[in-house]
Ligand binder design. Structure first.
Ligand SMILES: [Zn+2]
Ligand SMILES: [Zn+2]
Length: 935
């Protein structure tokens, strides 16, 4: 019958309830592109302090995965939050383009360089392939909502970058950190190349373990070292799991400090072994009767000559601290070409560094027994020979953790090759690094200790690779000495100038005569390329220092914790070698993305969640919200279920925004905003609460604790707003006159909150925040990202009805609600508005509740509320609550329900013209409207 729609201020908004992010997000991306948001931000940031988050370049190969999504989103959150904090935050993304993975991909397409295609054609194919991969990844990163200079990224295969990489190497040479050496390096037979430390992973492998006799050549001399002892048929057995390295054996190492015993075994022969290992050895060799003939410290046996078991040469006993008595015999087979400790000891004793294994993994022609054979075939042949030569004491299978190629998953060998190194010691690089680490801020803080111990223990950095697709080590090497030209630093600059014009091809096309003149005939061009970790390691030099929009050092490097071993090290070392300064002030790391069982994502496990798919089904904002919600310091779990839960949280946040927008419909801040001092007490309270929260949120953004922000915003929206403030003010919004203070005050509070909330959300829910921004009333910038944190009005807290007061009243409200809920469950009432409540309070609480006066019922959302002293004789049906000094009684009301405000009041129908309304509603639609002061 009656229709009060005209007078009821039912909130409505065009802001869509359904997010449809997959469809809506691309239109917002287009908007940002159309208004040229990135450039606008740079223009706006001219006068601001700069904050440099330097992008670690992803490798330009394949679609982006969840690890990329986490990394880029975290960076984007930092960039945007810092912008809101008033910084100019340029973000120049980059790509790493040279290196083996691309070579291998391109080999599949065009064949190996030098076979079907020339090296030049091969490099061109690599260049083209990398460019297509950059395009794929760029599109995907942009779709994620990451704001950056996508049109001008840094790309390590750009000619200028390639030239600057060579210049960086020249600077490091000039400062005395580069060293040439023949060193055993991890060598992958499948890559046919030396590997970087970061390319090595460990896996179990079963190897043949052999105990081999090395016979003493001069027994008389040997026994003389013991004093008065007689023995014959003497050998020193060694134990090794790599029989294939025996052709390169140049010594047997003992520990100077260890006691060795000479033992007669079954009357046939005498063996020298470490005393602590004797019981094991007797068992392993199955010796029935033994007799210790003599005892001696290792140091006394230095330089004893032994007979190599098949190479026909003598090798000395040497002393080394790396020899232990944990396993084996206490005598260690030493092949300087195949092991780093062996190499070091070889240098000390001046042993030959003969390396019998060629680049292709086959033994060179002068190798005894196995010449021309591949190393993988050698073990069997060598074991046979040992048997024939009566040199094999024992053979067993041995399972151990062994270095493998991270790409091929095949076992590596250690192989001495001529290589270029950045030396950790030659010019104090390690000492510089260990000092610099202390002055960097590590987030989380355990990163410092981890990085320090890695730096403390790391070997020299081998920067040379024998591959095709990379920046050349542009050195002219003397044909006889293989030493670099004395003017190398100047020559490299000349090469760099050419590379800047035509790319790395310039080096291969260069005729040495052009730069060296007649001297050219004494030199050859170095054919090695740089380790690709060098390329990305020098971004501080080629990007931070070269791009005028950036700066050195960076404020922040932010990558996965695996980069403690990778990019953080290569960047630190090259920066110290060039600048004697760390390239970053803060290093932030995040964990790996794993599935619920703790496994890494891989195609073969079938547990891959592709960011692309998530964006298509749930939207980029849900993915971003998930990233914000995780404590990224540990490993990061993801599953479809987790993402679904996140999208539910997203919906709650969106609905809060929608409720605020609906209530602001028709609100013109210029004309309707209520001055802070005139606002109702409850509205002041919630605005103050939001302002306090904003401080906490900004603090958490500054500390990179995004999961706290997620929790705080979520709590504020669901608890403080959803089930408290917004619940209470509904009555005012629906029933008081449009232009009344009661309504405008609440709207003003919601306006302040919405203004703040949209900014808190923007770094995380970038798309949704921009969408909300468009619906907010009042004149505003064309993008939320062109603003700073919301400046709340100066809002003096009410002296009496302050935060403490309202928090106390929330407790009362919760206690009353609990009792109402009990009555509802008992079927006594339908809704809270069908009840009135009587509150029995002690003195103090009563005086607090009395301050609300008639407005208490609106605060409690009941049709009536009465406060009484709790004296000794309370009625029987009064219930004591959890709040000290408060008991409560809920009464069902039989009054008619006002059609407009739904309160049950005695005066419904008293006004005959409005028979379905309560007196308050009649006043609100026909008179000047009710006056509300507090709630
Ligand atoms: Zn490999
Ligand atoms: Zn009413």
């Amino acid at each position: 019958m009656s229709d009060y729609k005209d007078t009821l201020n039912l909130p409505k908004t065009d802001f869509p309830m359904k997010a449809n992010l997959a469809q809506r997000e691309p239109t917002l991306l287009k908007k940002w592109e159309d208004i040229n948001l990135y450039q606008k931000l740079r223009a706006q940031g001219q006068s601001r302090p700069r904050f440099i988050l330097h992008d670690g370049p992803p490798y330009a190969n394949g679609h982006t995965h969840m690890g990329h999504a986490v990394n880029k989103t975290l960076k984007d959150i930092v960039v945007k939050a810092k912008t809101f904090s008033g910084f100019d935050v340029p973000y120049v993304p980059g790509w790493d383009c040279h290196g083996l993975p691309i070579e291998l991909k391109v080999e599949l397409k065009v064949g190996k360089p030098g076979r079907k295609v020339t090296a030049t054609e091969f490099r061109q194919a690599c260049r083209e392939y990398a460019a297509t991969q950059i395009d794929i990844q760029r599109t995907e990163f942009k779709r994620l909502g990451v704001l950056g200079d996508w049109e001008n990224p840094y790309i390590t295969m750009n000619f200028k970058y390639e030239a600057d990489t060579i210049r960086s190497l020249a600077k490091i040479m000039r400062n005395g950190h580069v060293q040439k050496g023949y060193k055993p390096v991890y060598w992958c037979l499948d890559c046919a190349s030396a590997l970087a430390e970061a390319e090595v992973e460990y896996a179990d492998k079963t190897s043949p373990a052999v105990d081999v006799r090395f016979a003493v050549v001069d027994e008389k001399d040997f026994l003389a070292r013991f004093g008065n002892v007689s023995a014959k048929n003497i050998s020193i057995p060694i134990w090794t799991t790599t029989p294939w390295t025996l052709p390169a054996n140049q010594a047997v190492a003992l520990n100077a400090e260890v006691e060795y015993v000479l033992v007669e075994c079954d009357g046939k022969e005498c063996l020298l072994v470490a005393e602590p290992l004797l019981p094991n050895i007797l068992k392993r060799y199955d010796i029935q009767h033994h007799r210790v003939v003599g005892k001696i410290r290792g140091e006394k046996l230095e330089n004893v000559q032994l007979r190599h078991p098949f190479a026909g040469r003598q090798v000395p006993v040497v002393l080394g601290e790396h020899v232990t008595v944990e396993s084996g015999t206490g005598a260690v087979h030493t092949a300087p070409a195949h092991g780093i400790e062996d190499y070091d000891i070889g240098k000390k004793y001046n042993l030959p560094l003969e390396n019998p294994v060629a680049d292709d993994g086959c033994y060179i022609s002068t190798t005894p027994i196995v010449a021309g054979k591949h190393v993988t075939q050698a073990n069997d042949i060598i074991i046979e020979t040992l048997k024939e030569n009566h040199a094999l004491l024992h053979l067993a299978k041995f399972s151990h953790s062994y270095p493998h190629c991270w790409r091929h998953k095949t076992p590596l060998i250690f192989r001495a090759t001529p290589q270029w190194f950045i030396s950790m010691e030659k010019n104090q690089l390690r000492a510089m690094a260990l000092d610099a680490i202390k002055h960097v801020n590590w987030v989380p803080s355990w990163g410092q200790k981890r990085f320090y111990s890695m730096m403390e223990g790391r070997p020299d950095w081998c920067i040379s690779r024998q591959r095709t697709w990379g920046v050349p080590i542009a050195l002219f090497l003397h044909k006889e000495t293989t030493e670099p030209h004395p003017n190398s630093v100047e020559l490299m600059e000349k090469v760099a100038q050419r590379v800047e014009q035509t790319g790395i091809e310039a080096w291969y096309e260069l005729d040495a005569k052009e730069l060296l003149g007649d001297d050219a005939e004494n030199y050859v061009k170095c054919r090695d390329i740089l380790d690709v970790w060098f390329d990305s390691g020098v971004t501080h030099e080629c990007v931070l220092r070269e791009n005028p929009n950036l700066g050195f050092p960076a404020d922040l490097y932010l990558e996965g914790s695996d980069q403690h071993r990778g990019w953080f090290q290569s960047s630190m070392l090259t920066s110290l070698a060039i600048n004697e300064q760390a390239p970053y002030k803060t290093v932030l790391t995040h964990g790996y993305v794993i599935d619920l069982e703790g496994r890494k994502m891989s195609k073969s496990l079938g547990n891959v969640i592709a960011p692309e798919k998530v964006i298509q089904s749930l939207g980029a904002d849900v993915l971003r919200l998930w990233v914000a919600s995780i404590d990224y310091r540990a490993e990061i779990n993801v599953s479809d279920e987790i993402l679904t839960r996140t999208s539910e949280t997203y919906r709650r946040l969106r609905n809060t925004a929608r409720f605020l927008l609906a209530n602001l419909e028709g609100f013109d801040p210029e004309n309707n905003l209520v001055a802070p001092e005139k606002m109702l007490a409850l509205d002041k309270f919630i605005v103050n609460k939001a302002r306090t929260l904003q401080d906490e949120i900004i603090q958490a953004y500054d500390a990179y604790q995004f999961h706290l922000i997620y929790q705080k915003i979520h709590y504020f929206c669901t608890v403080d707003l959803g089930s408290f403030y917004l619940d209470i003010i509904k009555d005012r919004q629906y029933t008081t006159p449009t232009n009344s203070l009661a309504r405008r005050s609440a709207q003003s509070a919601m306006f302040h909150i919405a203004e703040a909330l949209v900014r808190w959300l923007a770094p995380i829910l970038s798309f949704t925040a921009e969408e909300i921004w468009q619906y907010l009333p009042g004149k505003r910038n064309e993008s939320v990202f062109l603003t700073t944190w919301y400046a709340f009005p100066a809002l003096a807290e009410d002296r009496v009805m302050n935060q403490v007061y309202w928090e106390k009243l929330r407790e009362v409200r919760d206690a009353v609600n609990k009792e109402i809920e009990a009555q509802r469950n008992a079927g006594k009432i339908g809704s809270a508005l069908e009840a009135s409540v009587q509150l029995y309070c002690d003195d103090e609480l009563k005086s607090q509740l009395d301050k609300l006066g008639d407005e208490l019922r609106f605060f409690l959302i009941t049709s009536g509320a009465e406060v009484q002293f709790a004296n000794s004789s309370l009625p029987n049906d009064v219930i004591a609550t959890d709040v000290a000094g408060l008991s409560v009684k809920v009464n069902a009301l039989s009054y008619a329900k006002c059609e407009r405000c739904w309160h049950r009041r005695e005066d419904v129908g008293v006004n005959k013209e409005h028979p379905t309304l309560c007196g308050r509603c009649v006043e609100n639609i026909t008179g000047v409207g009710e006056v509300r002061r507090y709630a």
